[in-house]
Unconditional design. Structure first.
Length: 72
């Protein structure tokens, strides 16, 4: 699956399986995907998920990569 085909819903479902509370918003998800595609992370660095919830941010990136590589 390509990055631009990964959905917010897919990522949220996986995050909810592993975390009691999920903070990732659709806008933050969109910014992360855009940054992965373009290499420009400036807008991501300004998000609450990056600044306040670093563990969830890292887990979000891991889940995106797992979905992209079709790893369960």
């Amino acid at each position: 699956m390509e990055l631009n085909q990964i959905t917010y819903k897919q990522v949220i479902q996986r995050l909810r399986k592993e975390r009691a509370k999920v903070h990732l918003t659709k806008k933050e998800f969109s910014l992360i995907i855009t940054a992965m595609l373009t290499g420009n992370w400036n807008e991501v660095f300004k998000t609450k998920i990056y600044q306040k919830y670093g563990g969830e941010y890292c887990q979000t990136q891991l889940i995106i990569c797992q979905i992209e590589c079709n790893i369960e």
